[in-house]
Design a protein around this ligand. Sequence first.
Ligand code: 13P
Length: 226
Amino acid sequence: MNKLIVANWKLNPLTLKEAEGLAEKINQVSPHEVVLCPPIAFLPLVKYLHLGAQDVSPQVKGAYTGQISASHLSSLGVKYCIVGHSERRTMGERDELINQKLQALLHFKITPILCVGYGTAVSQDELEVTDVLGSQLTADLEDIDPKKVIVAYEPVWAIGSGRPATPEHAEQIALYITTKFGVKSVLYGGSVNSTNSESFLSQHHVGGLLVGGASLLPDDFNKIIG
Ligand code: 13P
C-alpha cells in the first residue's frame, strides 16, 4: 500500500555540494510517496520530485527578519512542511504558535506535517501518552480542518536514541489520533532504520514514516523507501 515517507535532514549536511550529492543518491522510484526536507538554504537547489520544509513563519509578510513565509515555500513549489518538531518545542515553541503556522501553511495549500510526542516518557502507558498527545493536538488543531493535516507521532525518547517504539504501540497511537482527531494520516518517527521500517509500514493505521538519521544514509534510506 502506498504510504508517505518523509526525510527530515535537520541541520545536515553542511554544504550544498553534499546536499545535492545526497539527493542524487536517493531513488526517484518508490511504491511510496517520498519527500525530502533539506535545510531551507538548499531547498531551491536540491533536485527531487517532492520537497518539504522543516519549519515556517507564523506570519506571511512584514518586518520579521530571518523568517521564511508559507508564501515563499509555495512559490518554490514546496508541497509539505514539518511543524512543531520536538526539537523546536524544546526551544520554546508553544502550541499557539504552532497553530498559527498551520493556518499560514493551509492558506497556501501546503500540507503540514504536525509533530506530536514532545513531553512523552518511555515509562508511560498508552493512556498517559494519549493524554499528552490529546492536549497537544487539541491546541494545535484549533480552528483547523484536520483532514488537511498529516500528524507525525514522534515519542521524544525515541528520537535519535536508537530505541524505537514498538510497531504495536505506533499502531495504537495512530488509531487513537485518527479516530479522535480525524486527521489525514498519522506517520511514525523515532529511530526508524532499514531494519525496522517495514514493521511500522505494515501497521494498518500508520500512514508512513518520518525519518531522521537514516535519511542521511542513502543505502539505508533507499531500503526504507523500497
Ligand atoms: P531519528 O530518525 O534520527 O530518530 O529522528 C527522528 C526525527 O526526529 C525525524 O523528524
